[in-house]
Design a protein. Sequence first.
Length: 469
Amino acid sequence: MSGIETRRDADTVAVGPLVDRLLDGLPVDAVLTDPDITASYAHDMASFCPAGSPAVVVLPRTVEQVQHVMRTATALRVPVVPQGARTGLSGAANATDGCVVLSLTRMDRILEISPVDRIAVVEPGVVNATLSRAVGEHGLAYPPDPSSWETCTIGGNIGTASGGLCCVKYGVTAEYVLGLDVVLADGRLMSTGRRTAKGVAGYDLTRLFVGSEGSLGIVVRAVLALRPKPPGQLVLAAEFSSGAAACDAVCRIMAGGHVPSLLELMDRTTVKAVNDTARMGLPESTEALLMAAFDTTDPAADLAAVGALCEAAGATGVVPAEDAAESELLLQARRMSLVALEAVKGATMIDDVCVPRSRLGEFLDGVERISEKYRLTIGVVAHAGDGNTHPTVCFDATDPEESRRARESFDEIMALGLELGGTITGEHGVGVLKKEWLARELGPVGLEMQRSVKKVFDPLGILNPGKLF
């Protein structure tokens, strides 16, 4: 446990005085104390992550109200857990006992869209899909598109440095955050970064906050880079008789200099789960299904070139979509993969291991061995173009023995990823779920430096305690 975690003084603070002080700067409807309601804010969507009981949930609408919350928390030494839509998969938004849950979902305004500067200025509660549609009306695009894009918020995306299907071409959230307004632990407001296309003044504090999971400060405004809206994309699906052949195709595509807008892989288990859930008609005879997409001026030609590479790698079938409707149907199958896998046993542990593309085949083979060893169904869906895999362990949460094996298999998958030169998380974050593994990946010196940074921004340890390390 870190030496800068929340002081136990917080446990002695009565809820009444805390609520009274919060109400000095917040409207009554922004302060929730009913235990049945506050319990619904206790956790995100991760399995095996403990969550405490919040003392109070606050839902501010203004920067000044967030500052008031943090000043109150500092004065009373009460932990604060920032939250967005709670769609995270690592426990980063889980409450701790006696904390203030700071839900930012009501700060949901798009403050500015500038087609000239190609930026959007937004509050943290703006939903990803809402922003994407709004900038689309200006002929622009905000590329990061997590699978939960219809519900997840920009603040949550920034907190976990989330990715999405288009990362292979357009990159992750961190590459689009130009500047931030952040309320620090003591209530001070700090601005980082810029709204210009270039800027290298001082340390890059903006990037430091991206992926910090609310442990350094509360993001209350973000300046986001936009790109011109690309043409509609066409998708190709290629069937393979082995995961190794599909991964060989991925390597051929990337080595050949192609720049797909999407390059996704679904293994046999995932394909079957999607068919069982939605009768999508995907080919269950395949061991691996690879989807490639291009949003270039001539996507059909690009798909033809990639199709030839897939065939050279041993594809047993290559089917390019003829139009946008067919393309969207294929993407719909990919997007529902995790929901379909959850239906297999009722509960899942979704891993988030990223490995070098060149070792993706080894990783898939290793996951299959782990599945056999622990006698569990483990489906793999992957952003194959950037090596970010989501091995998903399916298990019966009511069976203690199966739950134990699920947790052990999850850990073994992370160990495999590190052995292959990868990382324990490509886009979901660390939260509670991967604290032990973060320490292994960083090493003792790296961990010491990260804790030192935390102490500078949060000397009392009240910001999202118990997360990361």
